[in-house]
Design a protein around this ligand. Structure first.
Ligand SMILES: NC(=O)C1=CN([C@@H]2O[C@H](COP(=O)(O)OP(=O)(O)OC[C@H]3O[C@@H](n4cnc5c(N)ncnc54)[C@H](OP(=O)(O)O)[C@@H]3O)[C@@H](O)[C@H]2O)C=CC1
Ligand SMILES: O=C(O)C1=N[C@H](C(=O)O)C[C@H](O)C1
Length: 241
């Protein structure tokens, strides 16, 4: 496949390694310095774009891809208030758009565990909820996209929670997300339920960026030739990562 990398930072570089090792050709590596190379490409040149850039450019990058007829796999976080517009544009243009706040198989298992645990905790009001996300100090957005997806999974399943707040302390109807920035941590997410007598905790800790990157390349392979708006739920069950 001909893959275009839109955003060539920490993630773009790890994605490149997996794409090449799986036999793909990298059409171009676009960052802020060479946007003209993106403008020059047309739909025949690109089978899929993998977009990992910056919270401020995720929306405009994905929009430009859909308008050019490029299938796009996006991992950029921090722009999701605009996702409904992109979903609509994708349908109107007959395009293909794949989004996940986290492409690792482990985190997607963790998303399911989190929902199940929230449902189980409903009758047990003596437990107070806290959530923590820890990332490297270069991370641009807070809270992490993954922490927001986890909070949404809790809101769907734990009675009385209506919204999330990016704070250690929360109202009863809120899910607290405590963001910590430390060294080079690739990504750690913790969900805790604490009572006076004990504590239940689930944790996902990425050891590197490789799980995110491999998932994004597999999503690009999967989206080629498809039309519509997709997520990891569409892909899981069909593949072995
Ligand atoms: N969904 C997932 O599984 C994961 C998502 N992410 C998300 O991916 C994003 C990128 O992360 P990461 O690679 O660590 O970040 P980096 O800061 O290391 O890299 C970002 C890259 O994007 C480039 N860039 C900035 N603006 C634009 C633009 N308008 N067009 C094209 N490229 C641009 C930057 O260029 P320059 O250097 O010139 O500024 C840089 O090369 C973040 O939002 C992060 O949260 C990260 C890991 C996993
Ligand atoms: O910026 C990062 O590094 C990461 N971002 C994603 C997020 O915001 O959830 C995924 C992963 O945790 C790493």
């Amino acid at each position: 496949m001909n893959i275009l990398l839109l955003g060539y930072g920490k993630m773009g570089k790890v994605i490149e390694g997996f794409a090449i090792s799986r036999g793909h050709n990298i059409v171009a590596r676009i960052d802020l310095n060479n946007r003209h190379e993106f403008e020059a490409l047309s739909s025949g040149d690109v089978d899929a774009v993998i977009e990992f850039s910056h919270p401020s450019s995720g929306y405009s990058n994905v929009k430009a891809c859909i308008e050019k007829g490029f299938p796009v796999v996006c991992g950029t976080t921090g722009w999701l208030e605009h996702k409904p517009e992109i979903d609509k544009l994708t349908q109107e243009k007959g395009g293909a758009f794949f989004y996940s706040s986290n492409y690792s198989i482990g985190v997607n298992i963790f998303f399911q565990l989190n929902k199940l645990l929230a449902k189980i905790m409903n009758p047990h009001k003596q437990y107070s909820l806290s959530t923590v996300e820890i990332h490297h100090t270069e991370k641009k957005d807070s809270p992490s996209g993954t922490a927001i997806t986890l909070a949404e999974g809790i809101i769907e399943n734990l009675d009385g929670r209506e919204t999330w707040v990016n704070n250690q302390i929360a109202e009863e109807n809120e899910v607290p997300i405590w963001s910590q920035r430390e060294g080079k941590v690739p990504g750690t997410h913790i969900i805790k339920y604490i009572s006076d007598v004990d504590q239940i905790e689930i944790l996902h800790q990425a050891h590197s960026r490789e799980g995110f990157a491999l998932g994004a390349v597999v999503a690009a392979e999967w989206i080629a030739g498809k039309k519509g708006v997709f997520s990891m739920q569409d892909l899981l069950g069909e593949i072995n990562l």
